[in-house]
Design a protein around this ligand. Sequence first.
Ligand code: CMX
Length: 136
Amino acid sequence: MKTKKISHIGIAVSSLEAAIPLYRDVLGMEFEGTEEVAEQRVKVAFFIAGESRVELLEATTADSPVAKFIEKNGEGIHHLAYEVDDLKAAIAALQAQGVRLIDTEPRRGAHGTSIAFLHPKATGGVLTELCQPHKA
Ligand code: CMX
């Protein structure tokens, strides 16, 4: 498999409303808006940072992975996402190399993307996401 670039950096926050002004008004990033990703039990806010994005994540349920993360670690960097052209092929290549995955099938991410997570135990403690953009 081949990764193309950092798609986005996911940052877990307790409140999007409280966190958005720092990125939009203080750091001066272009704000793309918010979106609820029901399947992931998160609401996200995206900011453009060059050819990558910053994604703020707020939990929508008490059992959301983001709620569990904040309970354990507090707010902070939650995951790194890399863009790939062919997510199914990337998953197959990782499985062939015995890499532990959270998702063995693509699932839906924000912006209509297809995503899959590698397990943090397989990636030196960094929760890693692969992300295939929606084809226009
Ligand atoms: N970064 C690094 N390590 C993490 C982590 C994170 N974000 N989240 C969990 N872990 C670690 C935990 O610390 C724990 O380690 P120890 O066993 O050493 O204590 C281990 O992974 C297991 O974590 P857990 O809290 O017991 O929780 P679960 O096993 O229930 O789930 C995980 C962990 C990673 C499988 C789950 O958080 C998950 O499925 N994450 C992917 C989905 C997700 O985060 N979606 C939100 C993003 C949405 C988007 O970008 O679109």
